[in-house]
Structures are given as structure tokens and as C-alpha cells.
Design a protein around this ligand. Structure first.
Ligand code: CMC
Length: 428
């Protein structure tokens, strides 16, 4: 393949280098385009054809359904690693040794207490507030309690900010749920593993000891790993672009949480469950909802289906589907929603509309069914996604700062009014 692309504008040829990634993905490097052409820019709404950065963290091939973190297959990581090992891998690039992992966990635990005044902020929210709004606000509020900005040229400063947020974030996650349920705010225990601690903080009643259930621990561990990174998606791009202005880590993460909230992104897991519930309430007629999804006059979409990048099975969905069967079986839960989900999946996989558009189940199609079996309220599903995505956001923010990327600032093509004379009030 040639190593240059040629663009002809008004009879003038311009050459641009091609960049090839380690997995042979190719990009046209248009950094010099505007200068060379006297102001021409590219336009690509939704960035469907635009690479925003070079990154060494996550590789995904949507045509073949491949997902790897730092070169390791998602299937191997979900089966053989735990969430904290994966977090370390994503952020620092290599799987930790036993000593590195112990130190990482111990440093995280040493930061797992938040300022008690955070409770006052939480107190001011109405119980009906959506937990994602609360989580985003509390994450942003952490900047007020940890005002020193991170010196990104200092590995130590960077490391301290990372373990601090990994320690405090699960507390905020658990508290948003406890607030919603009207339960007293609590802390976990430094004697527990990271995921066990999350479960204890979320579910421990004030009047009872909490007994860990291995099935729940393993299920949550796997779900968090599967959600931990997904290259330049909407929330990750948000974290990188906010961080590119040199806003702090916590502020960048808070913006990422808001981006994740929407139903086209992380909010889909809540939307899927609500959709499955609605289908059940409506008599379980999946064909009716398939028809609605295909009707261009109807805004309804089959939530949990389709993906910007995957034009094949989302590899995470394959793993989660098996996990959903196992978890519900192990817990002895019979959920009619799972049958509706499987029925919808079968219909979609054999339907011309979905086949032609390469719409397959995505990560969110089955995850809500597991969260529900675990006793997690539906409005908390996207919060659980955020907990899983945290290491990915951190890794991407760190990479962006270490690579000294410029501030993110796209161009536009202006299509508004040309210059016109000002009209005073009585002339309008
Ligand atoms: N139901 C029905 N039709 C769909 C769906 C769907 N879920 N998804 C896409 N289409 C159709 C769409 O109408 C369009 O049809 P046409 O070519 O006739 O106009 C075609 O498929 C391409 O869709 P698009 O909207 O141009 O694709 P996109 O890449 O902009 O959107 C998506 C990707 C994920 C936003 C979209 O598939 C969707 O809205 N899915 C449902 C929401 C969802 O499950 N989101 C979770 C994504 S995975 C978790 C995460 O990482 O965020």
C-alpha cells in the first residue's frame, strides 16, 4: 500500500501521509490540511470516520468482533483476571505482579474515605434524583475537597490522584444507591477485596452482618471487567477532551459520567430493562416491538441492539449472555424477562432489517438482567457501568496528558446568516 493519500482541490494536488497502527488500521494524517489548502477542513458529524488520537490502550475490530485491552483478549481477562488487575493493566500498560497488585490495592484502600461534608451535599438531593446526576455531581464535588491540581509531569502525583479516585468512587456509587433507598450511609472494610467491598457498601443493612455471595462477587467482577474500556466512545472522548483543557482528573471524569448517562450510550442498560418490562406488561408480543423498531415513522429503537463500531456480535454480549444464564441459574432466579430477551434476540438475528444493517445485541442487552438478579435497582444500572468504566477513563486521561495532546477544539462550517446591519428594538 502507498504511504500517502492525494487530495485534489481546484486542480491542485496535496499529499498527506498515511499512518498505520500496530493492527494495520490506516488513517490519513490531515494535520497539515488547513494550512496547505488555505483553510479547507474536513467535516464528519458524529466522528464516524475520524480518529481523534493514537492510543495504545484498547484495540477493537468491529467487523470481526474483537476486543483487547493492552493486547489481552477480553475473553481471557473476563475469565482469568480480576477487576483490579484489569484496572492496573489498562492504566499502567502491564498486568501487575503480585507485589504491584498488593501495593495498588493497599494504596486505593488508604484513600477509601471521603470528606464527611460530602454527606451534606448528598443530603440536599431529592430522593427521586437520578443516581447518574447525583454521581456526576458528587464526583465533581470531590474537586472541592481535593483542590490541589495534579502535576502530570510527576508520576507520583499522577499515581496519587489515580488511587484516590479509585478509592473514593465506589463509596460515591454505594451512597447514591443508599440515598435513593433511604438507607444510612456506610463504609466497607479494608479487609475486603475491591469488588466485595463494593457489594458490602451497597447492600449491608445497618442491623445485620453482610455475608458475601461468591456468585454475586464473580458476576460483578466480570461485568466490571467487560465495561472497563472501549477506546474512543462518547464518554471516553468527553473525558479526553475535557482533560485536554488541563481541567483536573475528577472534573474530567464527572463530564464523562454525564456523557455516559444518555440512553444511546451507557444509559441503554436501564432502557433495555424498561423496554423488556414494557414488552412483558404488554403481553410479551415481541413481534409487535420488532415491527415498531423497523418502522421509520416510530421513534422506538430496539434498545441494546446496534453499535457504532461493532458490525458483528459484540464480544462482551456473548460473555454476558452466558453469565446471565449462569447467575440466574446459580441464584435460582427465574426471570421471564430473560426469555423475552432471548426471543427478541433470535427474531432480530433472523430479520432482514437487522441483518442488513448488521445490528447485533450489544453489551447492554443482557447486563441489566444480571444487575436485576443481583438486587440492584434499575436506575443504578448505568452507575454500575460508570464504576466499570472508571479505569478506562483514567487510563485514557493519563495517556492523553502524558502524550501532551493539544486542547481538543474542532472546526466547523458556518451555515448561518451573513453580516447584516443591527436593528434597533423599534425596527424589529
Ligand atoms: N433499533 C432499530 N434500528 C436501529 C437500531 C436499533 N437499536 N440501531 C440502529 N438502527 C438502524 C438505524 O435506524 C439506521 O437505519 P437506516 O440506515 O435505515 O437509517 C441504521 O440502523 C444505522 O444506525 P445509526 O443510528 O446510523 O448508527 P449509529 O452508529 O449512529 O448508532 C447506536 C449506534 C448504538 C447509537 C444505535 O445502534 C442505537 O441507538 N442503539 C440502541 C441504543 C443502545 O443499545 N446503545 C448502547 C450501545 S453499547 C453501550 C455503549 O458502549 O455505549
Amino acid at each position: 500500500m502507498s504511504d500517502k493519500a492525494t487530495l485534489e482541490i481546484n486542480g491542485q494536488k496535496h499529499e498527506f501521509p498515511l499512518i498505520t497502527g500496530t493492527e494495520n488500521e490506516v488513517a490519513i494524517d490531515v494535520k497539515t490540511l488547513r494550512g496547505a489548502t488555505g483553510g479547507v477542513v474536513t467535516i464528519d458529524p458524529g466522528y464516524k470516520n475520524t480518529g481523534s488520537c493514537e492510543s495504545g490502550i484498547t484495540f477493537l475490530n468491529g467487523e470481526e468482533g474483537i476486543l483487547r485491552y493492552r493486547g489481552y483478549a477480553i475473553e481471557d481477562l473476563a475469565e482469568k483476571a480480576d477487576f483490579l488487575e484489569v484496572a492496573y493493566l489498562l492504566i499502567f500498560g502491564e498486568l501487575p505482579t503480585k507485589e504491584e497488585l498488593e501495593k495498588f490495592h493497599s494504596d486505593i484502600k488508604s484513600h477509601a474515605v471521603v470528606d464527611d461534608d460530602v454527606k451534606k451535599i448528598l443530603d440536599a438531593f431529592p430522593k427521586a434524583a437520578h443516581p447518574m446526576g447525583v454521581l456526576s455531581s458528587l464526583t465533581s464535588a470531590l474537586t472541592a475537597f481535593n483542590p490541589t491540581s495534579v502535576n502530570v509531569d510527576s508520576e507520583e502525583d499522577m499515581y496519587n490522584a489515580i488511587v484516590r479516585i479509585l478509592g473514593k468512587f465506589p463509596v460515591l456509587v454505594a451512597w447514591t444507591m443508599r440515598k435513593k433507598l433511604g438507607q444510612p450511609l456506610n463504609y466497607g472494610s479494608t479487609s475486603l477485596g475491591y469488588v466485595e467491598n463494593v457489594l458490602q457498601m451497597m447492600f449491608k443493612r445497618p442491623d445485620e452482618d453482610y455475608t458475601q455471595n461468591e456468585i454475586l462477587v464473580n458476576a460483578l467482577d466480570k461485568l466490571l471487567i467487560l465495561h472497563a474500556d472501549h477506546e474512543q466512545n462518547c464518554s471516553t472522548s468527553t473525558v479526553r477532551i475535557v482533560g485536554s483543557s488541563h481541567a483536573g482528573l475528577f472534573a474530567s471524569l464527572s463530564a464523562g459520567i454525564s456523557a455516559l448517562w444518555g440512553p444511546l450510550h451507557g444509559g441503554a442498560n436501564q432502557a433495555v430493562l424498561e423496554m423488556l418490562e414494557a414488552i412483558k406488561e404488554d403481553g410479551g408480543d415481541t413481534k409487535k416491538y420488532m415491527a415498531k423498531a423497523k418502522d421509520k415513522e416510530d421513534p422506538f429503537r430496539l434498545m441494546g441492539f446496534g453499535h457504532r463500531v461493532y458490525k458483528n456480535f459484540d464480544p462482551r454480549a456473548r460473555i454476558i449472555k452466558v453469565a446471565a444464564d449462569e447467575v440466574l441459574g446459580d441464584l435460582g432466579v427465574e426471570d421471564p424477562i430473560l426469555d423475552i430477551a432471548k426471543g427478541l434476540e433470535q427474531e432480530a438475528l433472523n430479520d432482514e432489517y437487522f441483518v442488513k444493517r448488521k445490528l447485533y445485541p450489544n453489551v447492554d442487552f443482557y447486563s441489566g438482567i444480571i444487575y436485576r438478579a443481583m438486587g440492584i435497582p434499575v436506575e443504578m444500572f448505568t452507575v454500575m457501568f460508570a464504576l466499570g468504566r472508571l479505569p478506562g477513563w483514567i487510563a485514557q486521561w493519563r495517556e492523553m496528558r502524558l502524550r501532551k495532546e493539544p486542547i481538543g477544539r474542532p472546526r466547523q462550517i458556518y451555515t448561518g446568516e451573513n453580516h447584516r446591519p443591527f436593528k434597533t428594538l423599534d425596527q424589529r
